[in-house]
Design a protein around this ligand. Structure first.
Ligand SMILES: O=C(O)C1=C[C@@H](OP(=O)(O)O)[C@@H](O)[C@H](O)C1
Ligand SMILES: C=C(OP(=O)(O)O)C(=O)O
Length: 438
């Protein structure tokens, strides 16, 4: 289908005729896959990545690393089980061009990698990528010794003129608009001559679980990282220079992408099982066990995975989502169907995500008859009877899945450009209809 046709195409969101009862195998985590690719590319020896997510964001990451000289080959993991990528590090080099699409992980994690390459690396992406904050990464890299041409905009497009090495050392950044600034500098930190010491100077720091994920994954391949949680100063992370090991890593299912499926149990009073739900994880989606329980469900971790059951009632919630911002669209969709109002707080930075998510959720839910108002840092949602209509998605995968959740309970919801779910979950329409038994 030509791109424009895909954009305007309408997908009739399936209406649930009864309680769902399904097992849904959710593909791998975007955040884990893209960190694992970067770390494997910076390692001193080849590594394996099993069950990687294959979606627009991760294929862009793999393509960008390949363009800088890294080998990423299709294969079968060392124990013969499952599809895998074998990542073979090499001397990183330019000239190369990186398409970041609208992937925050690609646009933020790769400029520090490019600073370690020999030669110019040009970064460009979707129109929205020009509007997403990148100044924290650009300013920090300059302070650490990199040369970057960005036409003084502090944003994409830009060129990193890598010289094969970066001095590194201490740097201050304000990461209140994205935790990915911190993760980006830490991920490449072991390869900087002096390592890196990142001090966050802003007020809030969103998405702490994603920073913990960065630290955990760095440690698991041999990096030494000091953090506020390991007895260091508040808001300071320090990575010691050193070689990274090649690892054999199996990617966990994407728990944020499990959200619409769990929501379907809440909305229909049904039951959904997500196999391979990790017992211990840094993924923010794990918080759904608590949030969706408070909203009316119950869950149990068993040998089969996470078994989540809806009670038939959905309750409103008052919650700070600053740590788990990417869950906001799905929670807002469920809240619009609840039996009492909700207040979602702590997510002002969502205005700079794939789209302005606070504005988009307000407009789209209200156009279906809802009563949502934006606050300085979130949403007030007062449930009202909703009706069918077009749910616009603004090239935002999580808007599409939020619309699908509402469509379960409201007849006649049509999702514009459901194909945008390919950013992190290309199988979404099939998994959704499969779950509903269609
Ligand atoms: O590091 C990561 O993998 C992510 C961090 C978060 O970004 P922000 O801190 O910009 O919200 C999150 O919303 C995004 O989906 C993935
Ligand atoms: C904010 C998100 O993505 P990105 O990695 O592009 O920031 C998201 O997936 O919800």
């Amino acid at each position: 289908m030509p791109v424009n046709a895909a954009h305007t195409a309408l997908w009739p969101a399936p209406h649930a005729s009864g309680a769902v009862d399904a097992t849904v195998h959710v593909p791998g985590s975007k955040s884990v896959t893209n960190r694992a690719l970067v770390l494997a590319a910076l390692a001193a020896e080849p590594g394996w990545l099993r069950r990687p997510l294959r979606s627009r964001d991760t294929l862009l990451m793999a393509g960008a690393l390949r363009a800088m000289g890294v080998g990423i080959e299709e294969g079968v993991g060392p124990d013969g089980s499952g599809e895998a990528w074998r990542v073979i590090p090499s001397g990183l080099h330019g000239p190369a061009t990186v398409d970041v699409g609208n992937a925050g992980t690609v646009m933020r994690f790769l400029p520090p990698v490019a600073a370690l390459a020999d030669g110019p690396i040009r970064f460009d992406g979707d129109p929205r990528s020009y509007e997403r904050p990148l100044h924290g990464v650009i300013d920090a890299l300059r302070a650490l010794g990199a040369r970057i041409d960005d036409d003084s905009r502090g944003a994409l497009p830009l060129t990193v003129h890598g010289s094969g090495a970066l001095e590194g050392g201490p740097v201050e950044i304000d990461a209140s608009s994205s935790s990915q600034f911190v993760s980006a500098l830490l991920l490449s930190g072991p390869r900087f001559n002096q390592g890196v010491e990142v001090r966050h100077t802003g007020s809030r720091l969103p998405s702490m679980p994603h920073i913990r994920m960065t630290v955990d994954m760095l440690r698991s391949i041999g990096a030494q990282v000091d953090t506020p949680e390991s007895g260091g100063e508040p808001n300071v992370w320090r990575v010691t220079p050193g070689a990274l090991l090649g690892r054999d890593l199996t990617v966990e299912p994407d728990l944020s992408n499990a959200q619409p499926f769990l929501a379907s149990a809440l909305v229909t009073g049904g039951r959904v099982v997500i196999p391979d739900w990790p017992l211990r994880t840094t993924q923010p989606g794990d918080k759904l066990r608590e949030i969706f329980t408070e909203m009316g469900g119950s869950c149990e971790l068993t040998d089969r995975g996470l078994e989540f059951t809806g009670s038939g009632s959905i309750h409103g919630i008052d919650v700070d989502l600053g740590e788990v911002g990417e869950l906001t669209p799905g929670i807002a969709a469920v809240a619009a169907l609840a039996d009492s109002p909700s207040t979602l707080r702590g997510v002002a930075h969502l205005r700079l995500h794939e789209t302005d998510r606070l504005a988009a959720l307000t407009k789209e839910i209200n156009e279906l008859g809802g009563d949502v108002t934006e606050t300085a840092d979130g949403l007030h949602i007062r449930p009202r009877p909703l009706h069918g209509g077009i749910f616009h998605t603004y090239d935002d995968h999580r808007m599409a899945t939020a619309g699908a959740i509402i469509g379960l309970a409201v007849d006649g919801v049509q999702i514009e450009n459901v194909a945008t779910t390919a950013k992190t979950l290309p199988d979404f329409p099939d998994l959704w209809t499969g779950m509903l038994g269609n």
